[in-house]
Design a protein around this ligand. Structure first.
Ligand SMILES: Cc1cc2nc3c(=O)[nH]c(=O)nc-3n(C[C@H](O)[C@H](O)[C@H](O)COP(=O)(O)OP(=O)(O)OC[C@H]3O[C@@H](n4cnc5c(N)ncnc54)[C@H](O)[C@@H]3O)c2cc1C
Ligand code: FES
Length: 403
């Protein structure tokens, strides 16, 4: 007969405490790299955890903004959370090396297990999961991903898989070659685990050195889509990938008569989105998107009248805005965003989303005040410390900006 044995508790045990607080970047925005996985030859996943035990809460498809210091400058970039909130103790970002890109190469080349990063978020609306107790969603999805644009769709697919929630998903992934298919074995496993429900359709442009590609070959086209998912017109479509990929998908769906209200897309390039939407056109198209028929015409007219009325109204006061590093001073009307006017004046400032989301344009205002309407790209304590997002800040006095 043996006596009672004492089993030493693993040091990781406290991480599973049932009452862990939620990660709050306002309290501590430092994340520690816990693991690094080589996904393909140029894609790596970084598993991140808070310094003190905490859980992450987010919706699949949302992103965080990382702040890294390169050459003494703080640089911000957004990364989708590729992991699923069903595994809340860590979050994973999956990063593709962009040739010549400062941040993606910095992450690949310098991060080690134990390295730390600063992050803000989660943010973003690209998700098929509503907030709170949302009504039952669509039963059938079509996920179309290209390259590193797989990350938000992977988070959604992982979430359904972990939750044991049956959803009919056709998951298309476009890659250059079989060696470029990100998460290949995990996607194949999900397909095996959910027979008849989760269908994986990789599409490769060509072979890779070690593997001739026997599957669907070329670029995604309407005939190919009809072959992969003959019922695609009945599906809710989520798309993320390079801009030409997303443009091709939009074109082929429109050609097929797809109801574009059920098409959702995420771009990894906010600048392209902003460039494609001049201010007035954006206001008009937002009004167009919200309503149909006669109401749409009225709304478009109202939006145009609002723009004209704003232009005719008493001119806003004009303030002097000085950028200390470039030594330039410009005049910014009190009803215009600092970033927009600075750009028009030829001053190069870091920016990405242009809508207060990503934090890329965060700058220290060393003197003066602004009116800022952001969407989560800055923390309250940064605002308290005199920081502002120039893309969504209008001056309310003369300003001195540390840029
Ligand atoms: C909401 C959002 C989510 C994102 N999620 C991810 C993600 O999950 N994984 C990921 O790898 N990247 C993601 N990105 C892109 C990421 O923020 C960076 O832009 C990317 O890592 C390149 O940064 P960089 O500093 O190396 O190069 P940059 O100087 O930013 O970019 C250099 C050039 O490469 C282009 N480029 C940027 N990203 C890519 C890309 N992925 N593939 C090809 N060309 C690109 C840029 O348009 C630019 O012309 C996301 C971007 C946004 C806005
Ligand atoms: S450019 Fe994204 S917050 Fe300003």
């Amino acid at each position: 007969m043996t006596g009672p044995t004492t089993i030493a508790r693993d040091a990781a045990a406290p991480l599973l405490a049932p009452d862990l607080p939620l990660w709050n970047p306002e309290v501590d925005d430092v994340l520690v790299v816990r693991a690094i996985r080589q996904e393909t030859h140029d894609v790596r996943s970084f598993v991140l955890a808070p310094r003190a035990p905490a859980r992450f809460s987010y919706r699949p498809g949302q992103f965080i903004t990382l702040e890294v210091e390169i050459g003494g400058e703080a640089v911000n970039r957004c990364y989708t959370i590729a992991s699923a909130p069903t595994r809340p103790h860590t979050l994973t970002i999956t990063v593709k090396r962009v040739p010549g890109g400062p941040v993606s190469n910095f992450l690949h080349d310098t991060l080690k297990v134990g390295s730390t990063l600063r992050a803000v978020g989660p943010m973003g609306d690209f998700t098929c999961f509503g907030e709170g107790a949302a009504p039952a969603g669509p039963a059938k999805y079509l996920f179309l991903s290209g390259g590193s644009g797989i990350t938000p769709l992977m988070s959604m697919a992982r979430s359904f898989h972990d939750l044991g929630e049956p959803r009919d998903i056709v998951f298309v992934h476009a890659a250059r070659s079989p060696a470029d298919i990100i998460f290949r074995t995990e996607l194949e496993l999900m397909a095996r685990n959910q027979p008849g429900l989760f269908r994986l359709a990789p599409v490769c442009e060509g072979d890779s050195a070690g593997e001739p590609w026997a599957g669907l070959r070329g670029r995604l086209s309407l005939p190919m889509l009809k072959l992969i998912a003959p019922d695609f017109l009945e599906r809710e479509v989520f798309v993320c990938g390079p801009s030409p990929f997303m443009a091709a998908v939009r074109a082929l769906l429109k050609e097929a008569g797809f109801d574009m209200a059920r098409h959702h897309e995420e771009s990894f390039n906010f600048e392209e989105l902003a460039a494609a939407e001049p201010e007035v056109a954006a206001e008009v198209s937002a009004a167009e998107a919200k309503i149909d028929g006669e109401a749409a015409v009225e709304a478009v007219v109202a939006a145009a009248q609002a723009v004209v009325a704003a232009a005719e109204a008493a001119p806003a006061p004009v303030y002097q805005v000085t950028f200390t590093k470039s030594g330039k001073t410009i005049e910014v009307p009190g009803d215009r965003f600092v970033l927009d006017i600075a750009r028009r004046a030829g001053i190069r400032l870091p920016s990405s989303c242009s809508k207060g989301l990503c934090g890329t344009c965060k700058s220290k205002i060393t003197s003066g005040t602004v009116e800022m309407k952001h969407q989560g790209g800055i923390r309250q304590r940064e605002i308290d410390a005199g920081m502002a997002l120039l893309c969504c800040s209008k001056p309310t006095s003369d300003l001195v900006v540390d840029r």
